[in-house]
Design a protein around this ligand. Structure first.
Ligand code: AOF
Ligand code: ZN
Length: 380
């Protein structure tokens, strides 16, 4: 098909409105999967000044698309206006017609696209459909940021796995807990808040059975204004040991719980979990009998997950780091030491596997209360 260069020229204010579109898309991050969370802004000229006449984000569950929401808001003002979209408008017939067609039919004269799509049904076809309708098209404005905003969507299509962020919380002396000590508070309230926002922006969250047994966690989002944003909960549980009486299983009716297990699990265990409303997914094991990380991630992507947050514990974090499939690490460090009996965060691997690894770049460092949070990203 036609991959001729786009016709349009970049204008000085294009970046400003693309930034606004990025902020719109972020509003529904974590709740649009399997779709990406796209942002769209429609800008009309009024007395020579650009004015925003419509804004939209991909709706929860993935439809309607961002462009449709923004066009509905703009109404007649869309005629002759410019649309800013973080991702190439779709070109396929889904539950509704293609967004590229909706834009041209609404009279949009110019479309500024952050990045081309990776979905083969859309890639380059959306831009082509617009050009064929006589719409001026510009691509690549804040392209890197727009790609990063939906990196999970790109990874799911290109690599068959979600984007993986590993969250680690260590004490001042580098431990995640104390042996036999139950749940130890490592970081303060500000970091907990930050973690709940991260959870809200993830499609799915994953912990190992060790953590599930030791802490009996809920893994939900408990923040004002962010209710209904809890990610789907996955457990690495090679022998399907998750107790039927656990918080996770008891709340499976509200927020889905999925157990990733291996052929080592007994039929009795898996049947009991299924009866309790848990989805049981059997994946291959590695030589040590542990869940094969790549196979597990493939199963998640197959179910639509684009952004996964891994919350430990040590064995699970070690498996993920060993697999080489961790894309981001969020490391929070508390103010107090644990001392005797401390549990290392990555099992047999030193934390320097991440913090001292040139493949991981420190993208931000912030202080939250008495704690420090460092965000690392693996170079592409
Ligand atoms: C857009 N605007 O807001 C989003 C788009 O299953 P469907 O029919 O909803 O299409 C999903 C595909 O559309 C998805 O894989 C991605 O390529 C694109 N997402 N496109 O024009 C949007 N979320
Ligand atoms: Zn669309």
């Amino acid at each position: 098909y036609d991959v001729a260069p786009d016709s349009g020229k970049v204008l000085p204010h294009d970046e400003r409105f693309m930034r606004m579109a990025l902020a719109m898309g972020r509003r529904t991050r974590g709740v649009t999967w399997p779709n990406p969370s796209v942002g769209a802004v429609i800008v009309a000229e009024k007395d020579g000044v650009p004015v925003v006449v419509g804004r939209g984000a991909t709706a929860p569950s993935g439809r309607p698309h961002a462009e449709v929401v923004a066009l509905a808001q703009a109404g007649e003002k869309a005629r002759g206006a410019t649309a800013y979209v973080t991702l190439e408008p779709c070109a396929h017939w889904g539950r509704t017609g293609p967004c590229a067609l909706a834009l041209s039919q609404a009279g949009i004269a110019r479309v500024v696209i952050g990045t081309s799509d990776v979905n083969p049904r859309v890639a380059d076809k959306g831009a082509m459909m617009l050009r064929e309708a006589g719409v001026e098209v510009v691509r690549g404005v804040l392209g890197g940021e727009c790609r990063a905003a939906n990196i999970g969507h790109f990874r799911r299509f290109a690599e068959g796995r979600p984007q993986v962020a590993l969250k680690l919380a260590v004490s001042a002396d580098g431990f995640i807990g104390r042996r036999g000590g139950g749940q130890v508070l490592i970081t303060g309230r500000e970091v907990q808040r930050f973690v709940h926002i991260m959870r809200a922006e993830a499609d799915a969250i994953l912990v190992g059975i060790g953590t599930a047994l030791a802490d009996d966690p809920m893994l939900d989002v408990r923040l004002d204004g962010l209710a209904d944003r809890s990610p789907v909960r996955y457990i690495f549980d090679s022998a399907a040991r998750l107790p039927i009486g656990s918080q996770l299983v008891k709340t499976a009716g509200q927020v889905p719980v999925k157990v990733l297990t291996t052929a080592a699990a007994t039929i009795e265990r898996t049947t009991a979990l299924i009866k309790a409303g848990v989805e049981v997914i059997t994946v291959p094991a590695d030589e040590a009998g542990r869940i094969d990380v790549r196979a597990a991630l493939h199963a998640l992507a197959h179910r639509g997950v684009t952004r996964l947050m891994v919350e430990g514990g040590a064995a699970t974090a070690e498996s993920f780091v060993k697999s080489g499939l961790v894309d981001e690490v969020v490391l929070s460090t508390g103010a107090e030491p644990i001392g005797e009996g401390g549990i290392a965060p990555l099992g047999q691997m030193p934390l320097e596997t991440i913090t001292g690894n040139p493949a991981f770049t420190r993208v931000s460092t912030r202080r939250l209360g008495r704690d420090r949070v460092v965000h690392y990203r693996r170079e592409e």
